[in-house]
Design a protein around this ligand. Sequence first.
Ligand SMILES: Nc1ncnc2c1ncn2[C@@H]1O[C@H](COP(=O)(O)OP(=O)(O)OP(=O)(O)O)[C@@H](O)[C@H]1O
Ligand SMILES: [Mg+2]
Length: 498
Amino acid sequence: MSDIPALEVHGVSKKFGNAHALRDVSLTLRKGEVHSVIGENGAGKSTLMGIICGRLQPDTGTLQRDGKQVRFASPREAQSSGIAIAPQELNVLPMLSVAENIMIGAQPRGTFGISWSETRKLAEQFLHEIDEDIDTSTPMGELSAAHQQLVQIARATASHADVLIFDEPTAMLTDREAEKLFLFIARFKQRGGSVLYVSHRLNEILELSDSISVLRDGELVAQIDPAEATKEKMVNLMAGREVKSLHISGLRKQNNDQRETVLSVQNLTRKGEFEDISFDLRKGEILAISGLIGSGRTELGKCLFGLQPPDSGKVLINGREVVHSSPSDAIQNGLIYLPEERKKEGLFPLLSVAENICIASLDRFKGLFGLRQGAMVKRSAPYFSSMKLKAADPSIPISTLSGGNQQKAIIARWLMKECDILILDEPTRGIDVNAKFEIQALLTELTDKGLSIVFISSELQEVLDVSDRILVMHEGKMKGLVETNSVTQERLLQIAMT
Ligand SMILES: Nc1ncnc2c1ncn2[C@@H]1O[C@H](COP(=O)(O)OP(=O)(O)OP(=O)(O)O)[C@@H](O)[C@H]1O
Ligand SMILES: [Mg+2]
């Protein structure tokens, strides 16, 4: 392999308004290496990737590709130079099939235009590369967020690029799907491909990286040799200070046996999605639901929230049977569900951060002359500090926030609403380790005040850290309900698989 780097970034700066998203950042991506970029939410990672893949233009600085200076005026130009990205946010065409989404712009042509059979065949091949078996004729919009993410990854690999950028590829994936991606990356490297990798999951950074660069407030503050890296070292560099603890364990694991049941789910079934699910949620408890993608967790959450009806079974809240035909029924009964897919189901991109936080509680902000903006800004202020929500100003559009900070705003929205039962679907995905810890602590505090939480998460460590009990699901079925302090990660996987 030649010594000329696949890509060099020299002194790149980028401002949005007056805010520096990147300041004089330089890095080198060698051929055949995985170069990870880490940093807290809002550190500038996605902005840097956006510049490299031609979506954004730098204010100053240059890029070199295989030793030659380049300028990408558009993502298309970056693509034709062999750079492809699987972006952080889902960016798919919901009406088109999976095959079309993967092959978009690169569809094979036959004598009579685009060859659909060939398109499907190739798309299947690319999915096969990441070991996924998704029906390529399904309309994209019908897939779960996690599967859409996998298709997005397959699309990047389909472009025949030799530089691949993954911006939080695993945020929505369970460990098993993530492992498949890592195997793909290993093969890609062997073929001489180079990878820029962004993730908040520090274990994977340690597992994958050949180099690690740390961004903090838009500046490159360190390059770490992975051989000498530890999680603590990375977190401290990201935060710019000594961070005491990364785990919340010990705060919980209280005995809830004696507490009253607030939510009782009895033999709940929705055909093809989940079957015969029964559990009791006690007051002040955090009950986690763990399982692989497609285990029916999200569908269960949506059903409890009245987004889709069950086929059979019962739901009781405080001992009284309830039927939720719509979310407003559920909200009236004190139950709220925070969806996993924020962009599609939760975000109002043109509204401000404060409005996005307050939108579920608008009745509180009605004044004589419409909504009281000042009150909204004031009322949302505490969440900025308690969640480390980073925004230049609460009145800027939420779409200008980094991915992780958007997610925090949406969590704040539902915490403000005040309810008795909160179902959180992958709430901390894309949130940096430090802020994640703050959010977990905040949730624990709320349960002390009587809130009961159902916590859906693909990350086993997080499930073990935050919950009192764990319901394990697999392919729509309940595989076990265990006390958190009696299990390990290995045991959870075992329960799911047997
Ligand atoms: N289009 C935009 N308009 C204004 N500000 C922006 C825009 N895009 C990003 N920013 C700002 O630039 C900074 C860096 O954002 P970026 O998305 O690069 O962070 P990140 O490191 O990817 O964070 P995360 O881990 O949350 O994804 C943030 O302060 C963000 O608010
Ligand atoms: Mg980002």
